[in-house]
Design a protein around this ligand. Structure first.
Ligand code: NAP
Length: 314
């Protein structure tokens, strides 16, 4: 027996800063939104440590605490929150339809705040060793590597942040980067450079990971991107921090996207090329990708959805 579809004026997909801000705004506008959490409740900030750059928290706040606070605020104004994963979306006709394994939802306006997922190196052993010495989340797994040699791969803010954080645990942290210059912001670069427990291995690409699920990671095979020379490097753990991919596959072929799968809203707007569908946060932002910009675009999406519904007397 299939349950009848539950209809909502507004459905928000995703529970990061963007989705929760959209929820706070649409709930305060009496639209009684439904927010579907998705597979990572709280979004990427739940896998980070301290957030130092979200306004209003002069001493910083732990990522998971910030997300819990936002969720409480969204619930206070009447957001219904469900933990479920949408497996199928049809936005070709209205009302829009979203299916999960256990329910079908319809809505007049849809706000997509599904965020982005960490990228992987694509090495065979990377998948095999995930959770056995290979990780994409220092907050989650750092404590497993007390007094061990930890490698972090990447040259952006994420890699620098993870490397700094991991010095709390590791005896030594190596930041492995494929170029001779970090992409990270100056403040993060400086922190890495000034941290005596971090050493940077420049111009190195990880081409293989040695170890087993029983023994964990034992070493990395590094290829020098300038000389081509390949060498073994002893390490007990690898944290991959090489960027993210947008979580937009549900809408592939139904919405305008760029070549990397980021949803492309209209200029200065969160409105997509499908009327009634709005996109906010990292799923449509490959430039800023900050909690505060995600929250900002979540606010925009809520206001635009509200105005769009009002214009249709819904
Ligand atoms: P990112 O800025 O895209 O950096 C990705 C890094 O990984 C780059 O250094 C890149 O190398 C490297 N990389 C990519 N693919 C690789 C591969 N296949 N093999 C080896 N290396 C690879 O990503 P991010 O660091 O996740 O940051 C994303 C956004 O979030 C940025 O806007 C950043 O400012 C923001 N962020 C901010 C904070 C903060 O403010 N505290 C913290 C985290 C993230 P190349 O440099 O050679 O391209």
């Amino acid at each position: 027996m299939t349950n009848a579809a539950q209809h909502h004026k507004v459905i928000i997909l995703g529970s990061g800063p963007s989705g929760l801000t959209a929820a706070i705004y649409t709930a305060r506008a009496n639209l009684s939104p439904l927010l579907i959490h998705g597979p990572l409740p709280g979004g990427q900030l739940t896998t980070t440590t301290e957030v130092e750059n979200f306004p209003g928290f002069p001493e910083g706040i732990m990522g998971p605490d910030l997300m819990q606070t936002m969720e409480k605020q969204a619930a206070r104004f009447g957001t219904t929150i469900v933990v479920d994963t949408v497996i199928e979306a049809n936005i070709k006709s209205r009302p829009f339809t979203l299916k999960t394994n256990s329910a079908t939802y319809t809505c007049d306006a849809l706000i997509i705040s599904t965020g982005a997922t960490p990228k992987y190196l694509g090495l065979e052993n990377e998948r095999k060793m995930m959770g056995y010495g290979v990780s994409t989340c220092a907050t989650c797994d750092g404590a497993f590597f007390r007094n061990k040699i930890i490698a972090v791969n990447g040259g952006g803010d994420s890699a620098c942040e993870e490397a700094n954080f991991l010095t709390r645990f590791g005896s030594k942290v190596y930041l492995i980067h494929r170029r001779g210059e970090l992409r990270a912001s100056k403040i993060m670069r400086d922190r890495v450079m000034q941290n005596p427990k971090i050493e940077i291995l420049w111009n190195k690409q990880i081409v293989d990971i040695a170890g087993s699920r029983e023994a964990g990671v034992t070493s990395l095979k590094l290829k020098d991107t300038q000389s081509g020379e390949v060498s073994d490097f002893a390490a007990d753990a690898l944290f991959v921090a090489i960027g993210h991919s947008p979580n937009s596959s549900l809408f592939k072929g139904q919405l305008k996207m760029d070549e990397n799968g980021y949803i492309v809203p209209k200029p200065n707007s969160t409105a997509t090329d499908v009327e009634g569908v709005f996109a906010s946060g990292d799923v449509q932002d490959h430039v800023f990708r900050q909690a505060i910009t995600a929250a900002g675009t979540g606010c925009m999406a809520a206001i635009e959805a509200e105005r769009w519904l009002e214009s249709r007397n819904q």
